[in-house]
Design a protein around this ligand. Sequence first.
Ligand code: MF3
Ligand code: CO
Ligand code: CO
Length: 269
Amino acid sequence: MDTSRGRMTRDGIRLYEDGDFAGMHAAGRMAAQILDEMADLVVPGKTTAEIDQVITDRVEELGAKSATIGYKGYKHASCISVNHVVCHGVPGSKVLKDGDILNIDVTVIVDGWFGDTSRMYVAGKLPRKAERLIQVTHDALMKGIEAVKPGNTFGDIGHAIQTYVEGNRMSVVRDFCGHGLGRVFHAPPNVLHYGRSGTGPVLEEGMFFTIEPMVNLGRPETKVLGDDWTAVTRDKSLSAQFEHSVGVTADGFDIFTLSPADKFHPTYK
Ligand code: MF3
Ligand code: CO
Ligand code: CO
């Protein structure tokens, strides 16, 4: 819960000040830089625990804090979600093999500001159907971001994402959503990746939140495994996700988690 003072909307959405954008940029850039550095590490034979250990070390070396270590009992600096894992994949002994696709999700805290971003990677050679899934998921996120401007609603964001994904005969996961963030990790509102135009809270300058659509090749339903974290597609179909942290400006959006090395989209573009 965000107990700090400051302006709030009637929906309990915090409105940050002009000067707060700089803090979010610093945090977002660091999270994105760490993800940039993982690109060369994602190769067949590597375990997800090995990748997570590098992320843990980099967060410390860069003088930041992991937002996920200790969060609701979670013990790792990243979530690594391979193939049919939708989100919250727990790093461990799983060995990556040729053709695996994976999302790595990192959230850091820099001077009290949260930077939360995730993107897709491929180990070895990218299978054709996975390439299409990744492209559609990436483009769906960008269509959602393009709907971010004062006067639009959160329903407009969800609608842009859903119509694009379903137009490509894929499905949007309903069981997880984006979230407000800033000086806290998860704050109002829930940012749904589906919905109807003109519904939901109206976007206002100074709102900070994530957009992080999960897209499945098959059905949208998910289930959480016995570790209480790992969410998978019920039909075992492949799933992909991209996440940016963004702010609403006077006339549009500001992306806090842009990749410094321009590696957000995997290089097979
Ligand atoms: N970074 C995730 C998000 O996008 C949250 C991960 S919480 C964890 O909101 F505990 F699973 F790490
Ligand atoms: Co998030
Ligand atoms: Co995240």
